[in-house]
Every structure is written in structure tokens, then in C-alpha cells.
Design a protein around this ligand. Structure first.
Ligand code: SF4
Ligand code: SF4
Ligand code: FES
Length: 752
């Protein structure tokens, strides 16, 4: 049945399944076509988002003219095939498989966490197996605590879903199968790392073998109310479901067949602003502060609707509206659009996961956007994609997917972008003016200043030859760069003329939505009001502010994601205080609820006029995403002109890089009791030597006027003279950081 004839891929075919004529395309498996047509085939090891595992045999079917039973999850359908998914022989086969599964899997579900949502329990009933037909001699296999998750080998059915997720999706590659007949087991080869990404592996476990340690024994699954929403922590906007009981979030789950959550999405859910009431005169003071404000600052933790409220208040009251990260991103994307003629980048996560070669530039992607990193990992695992990681610092956490690390000097990104454009557009026909600009580039100089050798670029070029499907992922190091607009235009050439799938990763929370909705100013002045940013008058969801506001898990609204999708967010917990809309209504706007603004999001920026309550929020049975809607790219006038590439500014001496540890993004994730990270300045031995700092020494320094008091720690696995400076512990002040992420370190010793 199978053929590897890729020429036929996508060709229309017709197959008959259980007498139903099904139209589909060549390249799909029988199971996929059955699901597309609503035909149920039982499975145990199948997980839509990874390659077929083929370990359970539950999905067997018969195909006329083909001897024996066939695994429908692996077999591609051929045109004209006549397939049967239900008959006595198939039922017997599946029943026998279930009997074997139940050998020694104690059906004492009352004490199991998975009871009520367990595949084994469900299928045992489906196949009428009330009794355990066989037993094997039980071996003592204790439960293992792996930090965020716990593993009970006695309950494990060795379906391997968790291993595939750890390898193909999150890429931590921690889980492996240890073969040994009945003694086969799953092992965690990287226990010491305590990866939060193992939460994703636990999510796909069909039984109670791999569970979240924190959730274990806290609640029965059926007592929890499920509230679908979107994760607000980074620009990923990943699908998530709050599971709530008695006003408390017990856990986060997700549509794990089709989508993923990183550790922040899964574990940083306990950041609500609790115990807030409408008592006191804070509301009146807030009104006065808005009326007299010269500037209003907002953080990335602002929904599309709230951003629109602030924009409308700006139009009415005339204050400046400032959001540093969103503004930097806005300027970058506007410059980018002048080359492509479209308001949005062309890239999607799906195309990224299908890429054969990907270049990552100007982002510590593992930490900046786990969702994007997962898709790069998928391409690496599924298509052996080449991954060139271009950054001033090597990242050991992604060395398993990076095929070429190209180190450049911090500060030289404009030169790097020019070198990339020169290398990748050599053979491409370009408009005369652009070709002339490219021909004028002083490659030798750029190469010397950025410290990227000719041979590295040649190797990069070679790795792309004969491949199809290129992606370029760029990030926040570039948006804050003094030459961000020129860099944006250089990189946009790759989308425009070389068909790169380009993703410009939004720098924080809802920065993309804010950048589209708000007319942002560069700098604040005069009297200030801050929305989750410290100001003369501060409104905040972190508590202890001049006026409390609801946290993201206490409000309804929409977010704009890296995939250019506007997705709905629902409230998991109640909130009894004031919201921004209450202020807006007194100040001249007039909407009953914040979500009444959803249908007014600006169509000229790509939003659709859809009511919040009409937004869909689901995946269909084959994984097509129906969450909110996709932004529509708008036409932008083209102006394909470049400045000369300027002399590159390098850094002498020790440098710090503003970067949070994996799965910490902000003061909100920092509140999570399940995510613990130490906020220290982390540097190499070499950094310690250059700065003459001792391990454990306390220092103080300023970045953009914000004072950091930090302990310096040596990390022996790091190299070079750049240290990592986290900002997630800086409360709301972190949103005031406005400049390029690398900077020279000038510090004072505070004493150890
Ligand atoms: S731990 Fe769960 S997901 Fe992993 S192999 Fe065992 S049963 Fe399957
Ligand atoms: S990748 Fe971003 S949006 Fe997705 S779960 Fe993680 S923090 Fe949330
Ligand atoms: S679902 Fe096909 S072998 Fe398991």
C-alpha cells in the first residue's frame, strides 16, 4: 500500500471506508482519512502531533485485496482502496490487545489520579473487559519523583507517547525507553535538569503513569471545571485550559493532541490578584490621575481590548501612550513592511515545523519563545532540518538541534543582517537599486567587525543548497538595536525575494497586539499613569498598587499571537475590584464590558469585526485550529531604500545581556510557586576574570535608569565575556527597560 512517491503527494484520491466514500489526498494515512470523515478507529499509542508510533496495534483495519491486518495509523491510503474498520476479527484482535494491556495494570482506579480521564479505563469498558484475564508476576517498581512530574512504572503501558513528545516536540530529549520485555520502562536521562517541559510529556500520558507531581492526589478529574483560554506569558498565546474548583486553579491542561504548552504556560497559573474589593477612594484617585496624566505607560500584559481602551482614552484626553517593547517592535515591523508591502511578516509556525533549513538570529529562542523553539525542534526531528543559530552567545540547551552556531560580536547585528542578505540573495534577481546597494557593501569590513568568517557564510550557503522550505526567526535583540529599522529592511529582503518563511517573534506578552492597535509614543514625560508599569499613579495586577487591576487569568479579552492569530482568553477566577473599562466609562467611553471592544479592534490593522462571544476556540478532529481568527495582512506602501551600513559599534570589556531564564518571563511568572529560579547575574570564568568578580559577590548597576542589585555567580559551562542579566524578578520595573539587550557593565561592589 505505501509508496514513497512524493510526486503524488497532495493528489486527490478516493477511498471507501466502511462503505463510506471518502475523498482525500495522497500522502495521508488511513487513520487520518477515517478521522477526517468522522469514522472512529480505536487507538492507544496514536498522538496526532508526533510521527506515528505504531506500538499498540489497536488501530488495525482490513483492506480488500491485502492479506492480514494493517496498522491504519502508519499506512498511507491508495486511490480506490476499500477499507473495513469494524468486523468480528478486528474486534477480537483489539480485545486481545486490551487484555494484554491489563496484565498487571491494576484496575484499582479509585486511587489513581487519571481515573475519569484514562484511556485504558475507557477502552477496557469499551471492549467489555470487566475482569483481568491474565496476570504476570508483579515486580516491585517504585514510583519515581522526577521533580515536576512523577512516574509510576507499574501503571505504564509503554505506549511511548511521552518519549516522542520529549524528543519530537519539546526537544529536551530527557525521556527514553529502557527495553526489557515485561520489565521495559521509561527512564529520565536528565533528572538533574528537572525540565518543566516534562509537564507536556505527562499531558499526553493516556494512563496515570506520568502525572504532575503538584496535582497528584489533590482532586478527581471530574470535579474540575474546564475553562478554555490562551496563555498570556509570552507572545505564543498557546491554547490552554484552566481547571478550576472552589475558586482555585488546580492545574492547566491543553488540547495536547494538536498543541503544546511550555512550563510557564503549564505551571505559572497562580498569579491572580486576590482579595480585591471596590472599597476606598482609589478609584476616584485613578480617575483624577488619568485626567491629569501627560503620559500613560502600559506593559505587554495588556489585552487587545485594554490596549484599544487606552488608545481611545489617548485620543480623548491627549496623553502620550508609551510601551517600550511594543514600540520597538512596531518600528521594526513598520520598516520591515516597507520592503514587503505587507503589514505582517509572512511566517507561520506550521511552515517553520516543515522547514528544511532555519536561521535563528537575534534571539535566545529557547528562553524567549518556547513555542517557536518547539517548532524548530519539530523541523529538526522530522525533516533533519539544518538549524543555523546566530547569536553572540552559544546556547547549550539547544545544541542538540543546532547544526551550525555562528557567533557574532554583540552590537554588530546590522552588519550580520547585511552579510546574511548578501550571502542568501547572491543568485536572486533583485531590483536594480537594491542590487546596487548590495554590490556596494564592504563585505570584508562587515565580516571583520562582526567576526563572522567567510567560511562560516559559505557553509551556511551550502547548507541551504538543494533544500526547499527556508525559515528565518528573528527576535528582540534586533528590535531594541539603535539600527533596528535598517536591520528590519535587510531581513525583509529574504521574505520578499527569497521566499523565506520569516517570523519576527513578538518581544513580550501581547506586544504584537499593542503594536498594531496603539499609536505609541517614544518617551513618557510629565505626570504618568502606569498600567502594570510603575508610574506616579500605578494600576497593577501584582497587588499593592495605587489601584488594583485583574490579572490575565481574571479577565476576558483577546491576545494576538506569534502565529498572527487573535485568540480568546477567558476568566478562570472571579475579580471583585475595578477594571480599566470602569475608568474608561467615567472618562467618556461607553461600553458595558471590556469584551464589547473585541468587535471594534481596528480592521485597517488586520483585525476582524467579530464579537468576543462568537470567537471559536477549538481544534477539529484532525487538528485544524479554530481559535479566534487570523489577522489579515494589510497593504503598505513600498519604499525600498536603504541607508549606508554604518560603522559598527562594538563593546569593549564585560557585557551584560538582559535575558530571563527558561520559562520565566515577567513578574507574573515570578509569582508562581511551581517555577523557581534564582535571579543572579550569571557569567563565565572568563567574565569573572575580566571583571575581577568572585563567585557570590554582590554588585549594583543600572540599566535604563533601573537599579539592579545582584549576586554574581559563575557558571562553568558558559564561555566569553557576556553575562546573563535576568529581569523577571524586577517587578513591574522590567517593563521600563527600553534599550538594546546587550550593554557594557559598569558596576559597583556592594560587598559579599
Ligand atoms: S509513561 Fe505514559 S506516556 Fe509514557 S510510555 Fe508510559 S503510559 Fe505511555
Ligand atoms: S510558549 Fe509562551 S504562550 Fe506558549 S505556553 Fe509557553 S509562555 Fe505560554
Ligand atoms: S494507534 Fe496504530 S499502532 Fe497504536
Amino acid at each position: 500500500m505505501s509508496t514513497h512517491n512524493s510526486i503524488n503527494k497532495g493528489k486527490a484520491i478516493t477511498v471507501t471506508i466502511d462503505s463510506k466514500v471518502c475523498k482525500s489526498t495522497f500522502g495521508k494515512t488511513i487513520l487520518e482519512i477515517a478521522r477526517e470523515n468522522g469514522i472512529y478507529v480505536p487507538t492507544m499509542c496514536y498522538l496526532t502531533k508526533v510521527q506515528p508510533i505504531g506500538s499498540c496495534r489497536m488501530c488495525v483495519v482490513e483492506v480488500e485485496g491485502v492479506e492480514g491486518m494493517i496498522l491504519s495509523c502508519q499506512e498511507k491510503a491508495t486511490d480506490g482502496a476499500v477499507i473495513h474498520t469494524k468486523n468480528e476479527a478486528l474486534h477480537q484482535e483489539r480485545q486481545n490487545i486490551m487484555k494484554l494491556y491489563n496484565v498487571n495494570h491494576p484496575l484499582e482506579c479509585g486511587v489513581c489520579d487519571k481515573s475519569g480521564e484514562c484511556d485504558l479505563q475507557n477502552k477496557t469498558m469499551e471492549f467489555g473487559l470487566e475482569e483481568q484475564a491474565f496476570t504476570a508476576r508483579d515486580q516491585y517498581r517504585p514510583v519515581e519523583n522526577w521533580g515536576h512530574v512523577s512516574y509510576d512504572p507499574a501503571l505504564c503501558i509503554m505506549c511511548e507517547k511521552c518519549v516522542r513528545v520529549s524528543t519530537e516536540i519539546t526537544g529536551d530529549e530527557a525521556l527514553k525507553v529502557k527495553f526489557g520485555g515485561y520489565g521495559s520502562t521509561i527512564i529520565n536521562t536528565k533528572k538533574e535538569k528537572n525540565y518543566t517541559s516534562l509537564g507536556e510529556a505527562a499531558a499526553v500520558c493516556p494512563v496515570g503513569a506520568l502525572v504532575s507531581t503538584d496535582f497528584k492526589y489533590t482532586s478527581n478529574a471530574w470535579e474540575l471545571t474546564k475553562i478554555p483560554s490562551a496563555c498570556p506569558h509570552c507572545g505564543g498565546g498557546c491554547q490552554m485550559t484552566y481547571e478550576v474548583k472552589n475558586g482555585r486553579i488546580y492545574r492547566i491542561s491543553n488540547e495536547f493532541e494538536f498543541s503544546n504548552l511550555c512550563g510557564a504556560g503549564r505551571y505559572a497559573f497562580d498569579y491572580a490578584n486576590e482579595g480585591v474589593s471596590k472599597k476606598g477612594d482609589a478609584f476616584e484617585k485613578a480617575l483624577e490621575a488619568f485626567r491629569t496624566a501627560d503620559s500613560v505607560l502600559l506593559s505587554g500584559q495588556t489585552s487587545n481590548e485594554e490596549a484599544l481602551i487606552l488608545q481611545k482614552l489617548k485620543e480623548n484626553l491627549g496623553f502620550k501612550l508609551v510601551s517600550h517593547e511594543a514600540r520597538a517592535y512596531q518600528r521594526f515591523m513598520r520598516a520591515y513592511s516597507t520592503i514587503t508591502g505587507k503589514s505582517l511578516y509572512n511566517g507561520t509556525l506550521k511552515r517553520l515545523s516543515e522547514s528544511r533549513a532555519t536561521i535563528v538570529l537575534g534571539t535566545k529562542i529557547n528562553d524567549d519563545s518556547p513555542a517557536v523553539k518547539y517548532h524548530i525542534n519539530m523541523a529538526s526531528k522530522w525533516h533533519s532540518a539544518r538549524v543555523a543559530y546566530m547569536h553572540p552567545m552559544e546556547d547549550r540547551e539547544i545544541q542538540n538541534i543546532v547544526t551550525q552556531f555562528i557567533k557574532y560580536e554583540a552590537g554588530s547585528e546590522e552588519g550580520v543582517a547585511a552579510l546574511l542578505a548578501d550571502t542568501l540573495l547572491k543568485e536572486v534577481e533583485l531590483p536594480k537599486a537594491i542590487r546596487a546597494f548590495m554590490d556596494d557593501l564592504d563585505i570584508g569590513y562587515l565580516s571583520a567587525e562582526s567576526n563572522i568568517g567567510e567560511e562560516e557564510l559559505e557553509a551556511l550557503e551550502r547548507s541551504l543548497i538543494k533544500r526547499v522550505g527556508f525559515s528565518l526567526v528573528v527576535g528582540a535583540d534586533l528590535y531594541g538595536h539603535p539600527r533596528a529599522e535598517q536591520i528590519a529592511k535587510l531581513l525583509a529582503l529574504l521574505e520578499q525575494y527569497a521566499d523565506f518563511n520569516v517570523i519576527c517573534v513578538p518581544p513580550a506578552g501581547n506586544a504584537m497586539g499593542i503594536s498594531l492597535i496603539c499609536d505609541l509614543d517614544d518617551e513618557a514625560d510629565g505626570s504618568t499613569v502606569g498600567y502594570n508599569v510603575p508610574a506616579d499613579f500605578t494600576l497593577s495586577a501584582l497587588g499593592n498598587a495605587d489601584l488594583d487591576m485583574p490579572a490575565m487569568n481574571q479577565q476576558e479579552g483577546t491576545l494576538t499571537t506569534v502565529d498572527k492569530r487573535v485568540v480568546p482568553m477567558n476568566a478562570a477566577l472571579s475579580y471583585d475590584g475595578y477594571v480599566l473599562n470602569d475608568i474608561a466609562n467615567v472618562l467618556g467611553l461607553n461600553k458595558r464590558y471590556t469584551i464589547d471592544y473585541t468587535e471594534e479592534l481596528p480592521e485597517e490593522k488586520g483585525f476582524s469585526s467579530e464579537k468576543f462571544d462568537d470567537l471559536p476556540d477549538y481544534f477539529d478532529s484532525v487538528g485544524n485550529e479554530y481559535r479566534g481568527y487570523l489577522l489579515k495582512a494589510q497593504k503598505v506602501s513600498v519604499k525600498r531604500s536603504f541607508d549606508d551600513v554604518e560603522a559598527l559599534e562594538g563593546f569593549d570589556g564585560p557585557v551584560i545581556y538582559n535575558c530571563n531564564p527558561t520559562e520565566q518571563f515577567s513578574a507574573f511568572t515570578a509569582k508562581s510557586k511551581l517555577l523557581k529560579n534564582e535571579a543572579v547575574l550569571l557569567g563565565s570564568q572568563q567574565f569573572a576574570a575580566v571583571t575581577k568578580l568572585q563567585d557570590g559577590e554582590k554588585i549594583s548597576y543600572q540599566v535604563d535608569g533601573i537599579k539592579f542589585d545582584r549576586v554574581f555567580k559563575i557558571d562553568t559551562s558558559m564561555k566569553g565575556t557576556i553575562a546573563l542579566n535576568p529581569t523577571f524578578d524586577m517587578g513591574l520595573s522590567a517593563y521600563l527597560l527600553s534599550s538594546y539587550r546587550f550593554r557594557r557593565l559598569d558596576f559597583e561592589r556592594v560587598g559579599s
